[in-house]
Each structure stands twice: as structure tokens, then as C-alpha cells.
Design a protein around this ligand. Sequence first.
Ligand SMILES: *Cc1c(COP(=O)(O)O)cnc(C)c1O
Length: 233
Amino acid sequence: MTKISTQLSAVQQRIHDACLAAGRAPAAVKLLAVSKTFDTDAVQAAFAAGQTLFGENYIQEAVEKITGLRHLPLEWHCIGPIQSNKTRLVAGHFDWVHTVDRLKVAERLSEQRPADLAPLQVCIQVNVDGGATKSGVAPADALALAQAVAKLPRLQLRGIMCIPEPAPDFAAACEVFKRAGDLFEALRAQGLALDTLSMGMSADLEAAIASGSTLVRVGSAIFGTRHAKPVGH
Ligand SMILES: *Cc1c(COP(=O)(O)O)cnc(C)c1O
């Protein structure tokens, strides 16, 4: 086994154990492998070990990898901030976007989604822990944004995503993730057909799963320590 396949198995085991500890079915949580800063060989090693969902933050870097690996049946998720001038690249290459936090960006993604591709699957990024400088819509504004995004023709709204600050312990992490879980349920109660609560990373996936996450985004625990952003970023 390669190092990546060994680490991938360990993460799958953590997800499995966390689901059982939370009384949830292991199949209820998907694993998104975050391959930012790692090359296509790393992505191929994870794919060879059975991984098909990959997440990327830096648009230009991602487009190169997506294009280079077009022959593989991979699903690509954009999890980085999206400037308006990058929406066309995102709409043309990714299957999913987790980081919609403004209607303007959502409208551009819908307009620019190529007709021959399936609708772009989107999550609204919510700033659950209230950091003033962080991206994400305020929880109080999430319903209005979700209702507007759900009407856009070339997008399919799937859920919400959050990136809370690292918490000091498990209970504190759960407390913040539970706010996202409660918001997710409140949006569903308003009639939005959502199935994706994107939260949890290498350090806190257990707390996220205990709080209802349906998709964890894991980078370093699979691919190793990230040393630098790629050249050109
Ligand atoms: C980098 C990143 C991850 C993965 O983080 P790790 O700590 O390496 O697991 C998850 N989500 C987002 C939005 C990221 O930018």
C-alpha cells in the first residue's frame, strides 16, 4: 500500500467509528479528499485506492488538475473563495461549489454553466462562528440567500457549508457545528430540499459527524502536510 492509500484507509476508519459513536449509518457521511497543493500523482494514488470525490481551493491550480485527469471518473468540488472574475472557470470545470456566499456570484455561476453539463451542485457557505473578516453569509441571512439561489436555473442547491475556527476541545467544536446543524434543519423545515451539510476537516471530523455532518473535507490526514501554495498563487 502507498502512504496515501494507508492514510485514506485510516480516515475512512475514523469516519466509520465516528458514525457508530453518533448512532449514525456510516454511509450517511461522504469523504471529500482535499487535494489542494498536491499534484495529479497524489490524486491518482487516492483514486487507485477508491476515492472519487476531490476538493480544491485555488481555481487555476484546480483547472489544470481537472483537465489533466479528465480521463478518470472523478467528482470535483470547489471549496475555495470565488472572486467574480473566476466564476466562468468554476462553472466550466467543477461539479460542485461549496462556497457560494453572495447572490451575485451564484447568478454568474448559473449564467455561465455550460449547457452540456449537469446543473452545478451548490452549498451556501455560512459564517457560523461570526468572525467579522471571514467569508460566509451570516446565519440570519442564509434563508433569503438559499431561497434566491434555489430559483437559479443552472444551479442545484444541495445544502450549507461552514469552516469554523479550530476549537479547544470536542465539546466546544460540537457546540459550533451544532449551530450549523440547527440552521440546516431550519432551512429544510422551510421547504428547501437540502441533503448536504459540509463540515469537518482533518482535525475535527469526529465533532462534525457527531453534529450531523453529511460530508467531511479532509486534506492533510490523507495527503500529508501542505508546505506551500502552488507557484502562481
Ligand atoms: C484545506 C481545506 C480543508 C482541508 O483541511 P485539512 O485540515 O487539511 O483536512 C477543508 N476545507 C477547506 C475549506 C479547506 O480550505
